[in-house]
Design a protein around this ligand. Sequence first.
Ligand code: HEM
Length: 377
Amino acid sequence: MTPETRLQLAAHPVAYPLLRGIALLGPAVRVPRVGVVVSDAALAKEVLTDTAKFTKTGPGSPADLWTPVVGPSVLLNMDGAAHVALRRKLSGLFTPRAVAGLCARAGEGPLSRLRDDLASGHEVDLVAVVRDLVGAVICGLVGLDAAQARQAADAGSAITGMVRLGRPRLGPAQVARARAALGTLTTPAAKAYAEGDPSTVPGRMRELGLGEDEALGAVAAFVLTGTETLVSYIPRLVALLHDSGWLTRLLAEPERTGDVVAEALRVTVPSPVMLRSVAVDTWVGPVAVRRGDRVVIATISACALGPFDPDRPHPHAVRQLWFGAGPHFCLGMPLADAEIRAFLDAVLSAAPVSIVERKAARRVLVPHYERLVVRRA
Ligand code: HEM
């Protein structure tokens, strides 16, 4: 069994084999209490891009799950013109220049400590360093103090940890806990918004014409989307490179970094499923669906092409599917890419490194290493 399969099974001992088994039954299959499960990449992209038939706001959709926690205006639970307008207002925060500056400023502390520790031959738990990095970057993005970095990363984990595939909504106690976890972050963000300081993101959002609710919703959305995905992905990327020999190969072929990063995203799929609600009676591939049905896009199955191999090209339908498709395509992709490359550079600066301990996280929404300890070899 590969370390990746072990991670998947530690996180989802029942749902992972079930989803992979369902994929063998066809491109789309109706599963009682779960929804219509899509396991084919081309069909997944069809659903994601057809916003007239499939929405993010009906029963069983992300809105059903997230709106009670973060309010109604958070991109990932919006549709139509309001969604387009808010995305447009936020897109300036994700230009290559903006994300490079943010990553350099906010990531400098955790990444220079990582370089120093590896260079001095210390053992380093990469998961802890990634949590510090992504927390610091999100704090920089939303105008929170860097001292809240770990709190931001932990809030993301606490909330996503409550979600289960067979549970389309959170219960009242879970909503209260999730709101409390986010409240510790959105309260300081509200202050930054009120002060309107353009060096903070809520201040800049205000300048861009966003209301306070929209700005605080965006803070919550970034904490949710921009922490757990990378805490999952970056250590798994390093482990895949280590186990396949690509860590040393990259030193000689740095121009292959893009292929390697994309192939590791395909293998790990840090956002393993996407949810939609059917807006009008229609078909999903061979399956007839009715308004209100839930569609579960099993990205993890749609991207399955075999073991990690950066020399295998990605078919057109699979390309970038791990970041979604259509109008909700990951807004943070340029930032994710900047953080991934900055972290990889720091690890490569000490290469060759060896893994001295790895431990899979059990029963979590997004599979990840609980610990991945490395040392300069
Ligand atoms: C490897 C890391 C990441 C992966 C694999 C990933 C994946 C995704 C996917 C699949 C979606 C679309 C979900 C859907 O259509 O249902 C999405 C949306 C989104 N992501 Fe990411 N993401 C990553 C990192 C980030 C980061 C670092 C940020 C921001 C700081 C971010 C912000 C967002 C936002 C705001 C949305 C909602 C966009 C919208 O609905 O218009 N993501 N992401």
